[in-house]
Design a protein around this ligand. Structure first.
Ligand code: ATP
Ligand code: MG
Length: 262
């Protein structure tokens, strides 16, 4: 499948293949993320979502294919170099620095910046999105709850004032209510700041409501792509990924059904 190539794609993957020894985790993945949008890759456990993000951010070198960011080829570049280009990765399981304070974790996100006023402004901005982080600013990050650590991990990425944020399963381990809150803020960040995001998720319902454009990943291959509005209406998406056969089930009721993806 060939994805539409547009000249305002901030990120383009072309036929990317990555493996762990003999295990091919992703095969011939091509995708684009356009400036200002939220794009999503949906897939179940082991589909290859994390591998795609690790390949983009330089943690894994692909066997084949290329990764282009803002028109530059960044394939297999050093992760630190890729961060400097304005690409931040919020990993699966968040990985905050547990023994540093919340404030110092946020400052770590801004380490590539020299505009102290801008950093201070962005600190206030992330506190406005996540007021709990301001209350806990002096506390060790390791003492935050899982959801609060997710807020911190997203905020730390924002502190770099990046051109693109990669977000690996922000819903992991969170209650439906907290997941909904985090997704609402992710959408606000995108709408208010124009931050471009690539979000990978198993939680198809949340991701399809938040994102503009979506890709469906199965066994390391992209099997479908479309606007999220259209993907939400496709019968096989409803059936397999949203766990609802009949139309008309409201999003908040879906969560109460055991048939959902997770
Ligand atoms: N370090 C590794 N060594 C060997 N195989 C790995 C490694 N990491 C991932 N894999 C394999 O690569 C495939 C894709 O894994 P990946 O972590 O990208 O999936 P995922 O879509 O992120 O899954 P999940 O939703 O469970 O996080 C899986 O078959 C997995 O077992
Ligand atoms: Mg994963």
């Amino acid at each position: 499948m060939t994805a539409p190539v547009t000249d305002h794609a901030v990120l383009s993957l072309l036929n990317v293949e990555s493996a762990y020894g003999p295990i091919k985790a992703i095969r011939g993945v091509s995708l684009q993320v356009r400036r200002g949008e939220i794009a999503t890759v949906l897939g179940s456990n082991g589909a290859g979502k994390t591998t795609i993000l690790k390949t983009i951010s330089g943690i894994i070198d692909p066997r084949k294919g290329s990764v282009e960011f803002k028109g530059e080829n960044i394939t297999a570049q050093d992760p630190a170099f890729i961060v400097q280009q304005g690409l931040m990765h919020v990993p699966e399981g968040r990985e905050v620095f547990p023994l540093l304070s919340v404030r110092d974790n946020l400052l770590m996100g801004a380490y590539t910046r020299s505009d102290r006023d801008g950093v201070a402004r962005d600190m206030e901005l992330v506190f406005s999105y996540f007021p709990i982080l301001k209350e806990r600013a002096a506390q060790d990050a390791g003492l935050l709850s899982g959801g609060q650590q997710q807020m911190l991990a997203i905020s730390r990425a924002l502190m770099a004032n990046p051109d693109l944020i990669l977000l690996d399963e922000p819903s992991l381990g969170l209650s439906p209510k907290l997941t909904k809150e985090i997704f609402e803020i992710v959408v606000r960040i995108n709408r208010e700041r124009g931050t471009t995001l690539l979000l990978v998720e198993q939680n198809a319902s949340m991701a399809l409501n938040a994102a503009d454009y979506g890709y469906v990943l199965e066994n390391g291959r992209i099997v479908m792509e479309d606007t999220c509005a259209r993907l939400r209406e496709k019968e096989d998406i409803k059936e397999f990924y949203l766990g609802m056969k009949e139309a008309g089930v409201r999003a908040d009721r879906r969560w109460k059904k055991k048939k959902t993806w997770r």
